[in-house]
Design a protein. Structure first.
Length: 94
């Protein structure tokens, strides 16, 4: 599965944002009992190779995108930096 950032922002060049994304992803993998084979975080997208056992791919991606958007936007709000504080708008997935 490949998913990219809305607006092609190179948001994952900020290592804290990348860590938030990965932590949220692992939380979703654990909760939804997915087998993880590989993942890579690129500057404006991620690749994930996984097999859901308790849910569907669509349900996993919806949950992951919702929670990671919330967590990353919260980080931007707290530290007043990044897309959440500029004319580019809030972080989100395509």
């Amino acid at each position: 599965m490949t998913t990219k950032i809305r607006g092609k922002l190179r948001i994952f060049t900020d290592h804290t944002v990348a860590k938030i994304c990965v932590a949220t992803m692992w939380n979703a993998f654990c909760i939804q009992q997915c087998n993880v084979f590989a993942y890579v975080v690129m500057p404006n997208h991620i690749h994930i190779l996984f097999q859901p056992t308790k849910t569907t791919v669509s349900e996993f991606m919806r949950s992951f995108k919702t929670n990671s958007s919330h967590n990353i936007n919260r980080y931007f709000q707290l530290y007043s930096r990044g897309p959440g504080t500029s004319a580019m708008g809030w972080f989100g997935w395509q």
